[in-house]
Ligand binder design. Structure first.
Ligand code: AMP
Length: 308
């Protein structure tokens, strides 16, 4: 099996009511590959950073056995930077700035050794770059894709083109409404299915996630956490957990897609407990399994046979 991830590798400055981090390791490819690495290794990454990207962050990714052959380093350029501020209600986030920097001239080259990757996860970057990556991969079994409002608003036509090549599209509720122009999430998912993907997963933050296909709807809860410090990357950690489980099991059945949603929710729950990638720095397989099982307990109940 093999899993290729493309996306941003970033330095994030994040403010939440509980603290602040400056130039912390972030980016969609970082969160996806780190989360996936707990289920499947080595994850292959295609991305770009500037000469200012800290050595310690490369060492961290390497320590997660992430294959960085496809990570270009533009010595003369600056790494992609993103700044975000969360409100007291952590579901509300303002983007303070997006500096594309080395991404402006980035031409993703999928190394020869990655071209037969069986699974591809397109993290949030310019949909044109996402498409260039898919075009270089020979016959993948499943393409998982993500995006955000930034691209839905600026590159809608290009995103629609990319969507035709995506099998599983993972987005949050606001993005689903924005792209489909439909307020009801089930109807929004069905409209997105008409755009190309066979599976649409809508993340609803602390309210869990919905998996919708033509045949089924599956609603997964979110793990009820009392301490959330930084929601950044939760969506990407979800995609990483999802894709990592699929790559590990190589099983595309409906039941296994549901399990993958729970692994996504599990990795996302660890991610938000600390700032930046700290929540994903040192997890054990046992911790992940325990939380996965807790999800089952969260919504298990017995049928009441006697009527009161
Ligand atoms: P999430 O919280 O899952 O939406 O992901 C946040 C991550 O996405 C941060 O680490 C950012 O560096 C990265 N990010 C923010 N905006 C963009 C963008 N326009 N393109 C690519 N990555 C982005």
């Amino acid at each position: 099996m093999s899993l290729l991830v493309v996306g941003s590798v970033a330095l994030d400055t994040i403010e939440t009511p509980f603290g602040r981090a400056d130039d912390a390791l972030g980016g969609s490819a970082t969160y996806i590959s780190t989360a996936a690495s707990y289920l499947y290794a080595p994850v292959r990454v295609v991305g770009v950073v500037g000469g200012d990207f800290p050595r310690k962050d490369i060492e961290f990714l390497e320590s997660r056995t992430i294959d960085l052959e496809g990570l270009q380093v533009v010595e003369s350029g600056k790494t992609f930077r993103w700044g975000g501020r969360y409100h007291y209600d952590l579901n509300v986030r303002d983007t303070l700035y997006t500096q594309l920097n080395v991404f402006e001239a980035f031409n993703p080259v999928v190394p020869e050794t990655y071209r037969k990757s069986r699974y591809v996860c397109l993290g949030n970057i310019d949909p044109v770059l996402q498409r260039r990556v898919i075009e270089q991969v020979v016959n993948p079994a499943m393409v998982v894709g993500d995006t955000m409002n930034f691209w839905i608003e600026r590159k809608n036509k290009e995103l629609r083109e990319t969507l035709r090549r995506v099998n599983v599209f993972i987005i949050n509720d606001a993005e689903a409404r924005l792209i489909s122009q439909e307020p009801n999430l089930i109807r929004a998912a069905k409209l997105i299915i008409e755009m190309g993907p066979q599976v649409v997963i809508i993340k609803k933050g602390e309210h869990g996630a919905l998996l919708v296909t033509e045949k089924c709807i599956f609603a997964a809860p979110a793990y009820p956490l009392e301490d959330i410090h930084d929601p950044t990357g939760a969506g990407d950690a979800f995609a990483g957990g999802f894709a990592g489980w699929i790559a590990k099991t190589d099983d595309l059945s409906e039941d296994n897609l549901k399990r993958a949603v729970i692994y996504g929710s599990t990795l996302a729950s660890f991610c938000v407990e600390k700032f930046s990638v700290e929540g994903l720095r040192e997890l054990s397989y046992l911790q992940i399994q325990d939380r996965f099982r807790e999800f089952r307990e969260l919504s298990r109940f017995d049928e009441e046979l006697s009527v009161v």
